[in-house]
Design a protein around this ligand. Sequence first.
Ligand code: DO4
Ligand code: MG
Length: 298
Amino acid sequence: MRIIRYIEDSRTVLAALTDDHTIYPLPFADLMDVVHEAKKNQLSVFRYIQTVISGKQGMKKELAELHLLVPIVAPEVWASGVTYEKSRDARNYETSEKIDGQETCYDRVYDAERPEIFFKSTAARTVGPNAPIYLRSDSNWQIPEPELGLVITGEGEIIGYTIGNDMSCRDIEGENPLYLPQAKIWKHSCVIGPAIRLAETVDDPYNLQIICRIYRNDQLVVEESANTRQLRRRYDELVSFLLRDNEVFDGTVLLTGTCIVPPNQFTLEDGDRIEIEVPGIGVLSNPVKSLVKQTVTK
Ligand code: DO4
Ligand code: MG
C-alpha cells in the first residue's frame, strides 16, 4: 500500500493507493495524522488504513490523471553520503583534495563507524513529482542523485519508503568538501515522491531496484540502475545517527545515499527531464530548468 497527495478543486487530498491500483481518498490531512490515529487504535498503519477504507468505493480516476504533490510535507530532509561504493568512487574522482596514495575523507567515511549525515532541505525547498528542478547558476557540473528515502517519526520509526533526488553540484563539492551545503542546497534542489510505500508492505527494503533515466530533447541520454543491496550500512544505523542528541520531527525524510552516478562527463542542462523509478514505489519525473544568474549587489 502506498500513500499519495494530490490537488483536486484547489483542495489537497491524502489518499491510499492499494496494490490493485485503486485510489481511496483518506479523511486526514497528512500521513502523520494517520500514524497517530493508528497508534491510538493500537493498529499498524496498514491495518488502520484498511479499516478506514473498508466498504468504501475507490476513485474512478487513475494515478496518471492526478496532479500529484509531495507525498509528505517533510519539515526537514536529511541525507546520508558515501554509503555506496559508487558514490565513494565518484567523490574521489571529483575531489581536488587527493594526494597520491593517501586516503581521502571519502575513503575514510565509507569505512568509518560514524556515517556522513548532512542537512539537505526544508519543506520550502523540496518539490514533488513533475515540479521543475532548478540548476544552480554558479555550477557547470550538476547531476541528480537517485536515493531511497526513509520517512520517519520523531522517535526514528521508519513508517515508509519514498524516492528522493539529492541534486548535487560535483564541481562545487569537488573544489572543497567544506562547500558541501552550497553543492547540495538551493531552490528546488530536493525532490521526493511520487508516493510513500508503507514500510510494513515492503518485503525486503535491502532489495529494491533504483533506475535513473535522463532525457534530452526526448532522447534517452543516461540510463543506469542499481540495487539497495549494495548499501554499505543499515537503515536503522543511519536513523540512529540522525537521532543522536538531535530533535527530529515527525515526517522527516532521511535520504540513504546515491548508488547511481551518471558518467563523469555528464552535466544536466535546461530542458532535460529526470526520471527515477523504484518498482513498488513509482516513477519520480521532473523537468530541469536553469535559474537565472543573479548579480551580486553590495
Ligand atoms: O559527501 C558528499 C555527499 C555524497 C552523497 O550525497 C551521496 O553519497 O549520496
Ligand atoms: Mg546524495
